[in-house]
Design a protein around this ligand. Structure first.
Ligand SMILES: C[S@@+](CC[C@H](N)C(=O)[O-])C[C@H]1O[C@@H](n2cnc3c(N)ncnc32)[C@H](O)[C@@H]1O
Length: 342
């Protein structure tokens, strides 16, 4: 049978990400783990300085620096290497993806697709968030990566979502508290609570203290499958429901619904998969699709369309009242829900 694969040559720009995405990732991961990103974050560095800082094999390090410039992670001005804007997104995320339990999970994507099971669970013998209980190093790397994402997403959320109408925001699965620190910083009349597991809040008190928010923001430890702290009039779920399947997501939303006052709101900050795809930005749409596969690899969850979010809210006694696109990568949105009219 003749092959149906077109024989005309694809350009390097077309095939490099697919054929060599793994190499680009490992180039960046080595730049991060060797301490090069940290060194150039302070000031531009010459190759000689970076050889000294890293203690690496000089010729091999020069080759790595060359590749990192071609990949767009570093820039070379004169003889000084500096970080590009990509580095802010890349560093903590790449440390997480290069961690052996995560890399092992991506190796069994095929099995995950065949069975529908989380690749992380298949590869490591426990679901991601359970694994953290026995692997504090990966937990810390993961939470640092989430903070990196929040550093990018929080300013857009603060600028485009009106928190001034609320009194007490509870960030459910709020991790280190980066989002809530930004929200409370910009809304001085608002109080807050960060709610997360024990390993999720290891650094949270420090983040809140650094922002001078100890008196306005508390921390509650627990599982959102068991309860959600009462007392809020707005409950935030940033990058939470995509970690969980529909049944688990409805349990989380249901526990919020139980403590949500009349007039209260639930706000989901998340990528939203587009349904038609007509006017989508190709890079953002690819990012959202990759994020969806990452959820298959790492969790029981997935990215969802607006209709799928609406159905989740409905199943938990809530009603989607607004969907606002945010100027963040990956078709990011604020989805606001209110108690459904009974
Ligand atoms: C993908 S991270 C998102 C963190 C943060 N909202 C952000 O956007 O950066 C998921 C968060 O859910 C927390 N989490 C996982 N299982 C939880 C549970 N059962 N109860 C409360 N939080 C949980 C994790 O510790 C982690 O902080």
């Amino acid at each position: 049978m003749t092959s149906q694969i077109p024989t005309q040559p694809a350009t390097a720009a077309e095939y490099l990400p697919l054929a060599f995405g793994f190499a680009l990732h490992q180039i960046g991961a080595a730049v991060s783990s060797l301490g090069i990103l940290a060194a150039v974050a302070e000031r531009p560095r010459t190759a000689e300085e970076l050889i000294e800082v890293t203690g690496a094999h000089p010729r091999s390090l020069r080759r790595l620096l060359h590749a990192a410039v071609k990949a767009g992670l570093l820039a070379l001005d004169g003889d000084g290497y500096r970080a590009t804007a990509v580095a802010a997104h890349f560093g903590p995320l790449s440390d997480m993806h290069a961690a052996p339990p995560v890399w092992r999970a991506w190796e069994v994507l095929e099995e995950s697709v065949r069975t529908g099971r989380s690749a992380f669970d298949i590869a490591n013998g426990a679901p991601l968030f359970d694994h953290f209980k026995t692997d504090p190093k990966l937990a810390a790397t993961f939470h640092a990566a989430m903070t990196g994402g929040s550093d990018v997403q929080s300013p857009a959320i603060v600028d485009h979502f009106d928190f001034s109408r609320f009194e007490h925001a509870v960030d459910v699965g709020g991790g280190r508290g980066t989002l809530l620190a930004a929200v409370l910083g910009a809304n001085t009349g608002l109080r807050g609570t960060v709610f997360d597991t024990a390993n999720g809040v290891v650094e949270t008190a420090g983040v809140l203290a650094e922002a001078g928010l100890q008196s306005r923001c508390g921390i509650t430890v627990g599982s959102f499958f068991e309860f959600v702290p009462a007392g809020g009039d707005v409950y935030l779920l940033k990058n939470i429901l995509h970690d969980w399947n529909d049944e688990e997501s409805v349990r989380i939303l249901g526990n919020i619904r139980e403590v949500l006052p009349e007039g209260g709101r639930v706000v989901v900050f998340s990528s939203v998969l587009s349904e038609g795809g007509a006017d989508e930005d190709p890079a953002d749409a690819l990012g959202a699709a990759i994020s969806d596969i990452e959820m298959l690899v790492m969790t029981t969850g997935r990215e969802r369309t607006l209709a799928e979010y609406r159905a989740l809210f409905e199943a938990a006694g809530l009603e989607l009242t607004a969907a606002t696109p945010l100027p963040c990568p990956y078709q990011y949105h604020a989805l606001e829900a209110a108690p459904a009219a009974s």
